[in-house]
Design a protein around this ligand. Sequence first.
Ligand SMILES: Cc1cc2nc3c(=O)[nH]c(=O)nc-3n(C[C@H](O)[C@H](O)[C@H](O)COP(=O)(O)OP(=O)(O)OC[C@H]3O[C@@H](n4cnc5c(N)ncnc54)[C@H](O)[C@@H]3O)c2cc1C
Length: 386
Amino acid sequence: MTKVASGYLQPVVVGDLDHATVDTIYDVCPGTRVDGPPEYPQDPATVDLVWGVWRRMALGWAADPTVRHRGSTGGALTALAQYLLATERVEFVLHVRASTVEPAFGEPTLSFSDADVLDGAGSRYGPTAPLLGVRDVLDLGRPFAFIGKPCDIGALRNWARHDPRVDDLVRYCLTPVCGGFGTPAFTRNFLDRIDIDPEAVTALRYRGNGCPGPTRVETVDRVVEQHYLDYWGDDATQWSLPWRCKICPDGIGETADIAASDAWPGGAPTREGSVDDPGTNALIARTAAGQELLEAAERDGALVIEREIGPAEMSVYQPHQVRKKIAVAPRLLGIADEGRIVPRYDRLRLDELVAEQPVEINEAQRHGTRERIRMGKATEPAPRLP
Ligand SMILES: Cc1cc2nc3c(=O)[nH]c(=O)nc-3n(C[C@H](O)[C@H](O)[C@H](O)COP(=O)(O)OP(=O)(O)OC[C@H]3O[C@@H](n4cnc5c(N)ncnc54)[C@H](O)[C@@H]3O)c2cc1C
């Protein structure tokens, strides 16, 4: 897995691939296989058609004001990870921090202390592969928590079918709800707009230090801070996402113990509202372990819970996630129509969701996907070293 000519972090084939390895890749890669949680709870009241299995939804933030400030939103994921270390439920946390090699990327890191965990706070919107060294991490034979995007958690759960150490050692999976990351070209355009040569960047922090906090770019002799909306654009139609993210069957972390998101009505901050926003996470505890962790972290003062919410309110904060969840199944049909590999999915209610939509809308999604594929928008050059 390396930075390829297109600017993405991608796997490059360096030797002969035997059939067994290719089969394993198709079974594990979240680009080809995405499943929901293995078991649904018996109580159907805790399964929402869009939001999946949930035991508790609440608004909250890290109790420590420094963590809340440094965090991407309200620092909840950092606070939970620190709590897991403090209570010795895990020995370390596998997550990411800003890359030390490619400032726009994220890189995997093992955190053994509060300070380490805090160092990784903030969302990395550049290419980031937290599972790069996961087999070495499992070789340590020590219990740990994993924080990764929904696709990363999905990949780890897929890998658990091949490596029993995953279920034994990975005690908690925490995830940011994820609308997708910024394409390398998008980040390059942003740097162009602020007149910074991508090669000159020494540090890039996408958000955090407030909610969302500034996008801060450093070179040896300049520091430029821009608003989150200057990076992403003023509305969702301007987001430039990789194709995989546009057809993502699970941006909401269905296989995590806890998923954490922003809580901006409409899905994006406003320039005025974010001046002194201290940050509030919308939190979804999905498993019994996640629910217990949320309760314990609140009880022991690591997390502040403001109030309970439910799926309807989540949808107010995440309209783009709702739209995508509903659109994914017909988009995947469009991919199949064009003879492309279609990601396999199960237990994500995509077919039930689509059945609730008017046929014309589903057909428009399917047709639009076919058009995009024919226009080359779903095609990337074969990964090539720069
Ligand atoms: C690519 C991306 C897209 C997102 N899209 C949405 C969205 O559509 N809607 C929404 O509400 N929220 C989205 N978020 C989540 C949001 O930005 C916050 O991460 C989330 O609210 C948690 O905030 P926090 O303050 O608790 O996180 P923090 O306490 O700052 O902790 C964040 C944790 O996430 C890990 N992390 C950061 N970036 C990555 C990455 N790229 N890959 C793997 N792990 C990472 C860090 O290592 C850290 O441990 C997205 C985040 C990312 C990374």
